[in-house]
Design a protein around this ligand. Structure first.
Ligand SMILES: [Mg+2]
Length: 233
């Protein structure tokens, strides 16, 4: 068999955190005596919007917390509205939630095991903040048998070419030999295809692939189909 290697997305591909970062805001607000009602669509949306620039590294965590305090902690004492202090508390709440909220995607552990048994190198390339992503990965999968590249640490975010270039370098194979598996058509599939990788769309919910994006090389509904697909290439 020729050289092949497999890179994985993490969130909703190998594991799910069940919206841990959103839940962490709820816990923080409770601690501060200003509970959020996330059943209200506007509140739910406001929290999601707070997270967007942070997840894209366009804003620091402290910056996100300053905006959180401006919107949701107007009546709290000034000492409870400091961005850095709130970020410290938020970070710790996120870590504490990992064991309660993060679970593997069905078939993930078996899929990785099968690839490793076939001597196919594996890696993870995930967008997010590294300390949380690393804890999530370890909790969901145990010790991962390959490089783990987290965007804030490597300084590149999917779907950028630089993110996939770093994955290629970490695995030491040519782009045409590198498969990338993910659930997100834009960040994972279109990005990987643009860089010249083979891309497998994990479509667990029977969704329709967006017509305007580059099509995946293959589409699977369950990770148990992946090892045979990669070995057969
Ligand atoms: Mg994902």
């Amino acid at each position: 068999m020729k050289n092949v290697a497999v890179g994985f997305d993490f969130d909703r591909t190998l594991g799910t955190d069940n919206h841990l970062e959103r839940r962490a805001f709820e816990v923080l607000a409770e601690h501060l005596g200003a509970p959020l009602d996330l059943t209200q669509a506007a509140t739910h949306e406001a929290i999601e919007q707070l997270l967007v620039p942070f997840r894209l590294a366009q804003e620091s965590m402290a910056g996100m917390m300053v905006r959180f305090a401006q919107t949701f902690l107007q009546n709290a004492p000034p000492g409870d509205r400091d961005g850095e202090q709130l970020a410290g508390r938020y970070r710790q709440i996120c870590y504490n939630l990992v064991t309660k909220m993060v679970v593997p995607i069905p078939g993930a552990i078996e899929c990785i095991r099968a690839l490793v048994a076939a001597e196919i190198p594996v890696a993870i390339l995930t967008n997010g903040w590294s300390e949380l992503q690393e804890r999530k990965i370890e909790h969901a999968l145990g010790a991962f048998p390959g490089p783990v590249l987290v965007s804030d640490l490597v300084g590149a975010y999917k779907p950028s070419a630089e993110a996939f270039r770093q994955l290629e370098e970490a695995l030491g194979v040519e782009p045409a030999e590198l498969w990338y598996v993910g659930d997100n058509p834009v960040a994972d599939i279109d990005g990987a295809r643009a860089y010249g990788l083979r891309a497998v769309w994990l479509n667990r919910d029977g969704e329709t692939y967006p017509a305007e994006l580059t099509e995946p090389t293959a589409q699977i509904e369950h990770l148990d189909a992946l090892p045979a697909l990669v070995r057969g290439a």
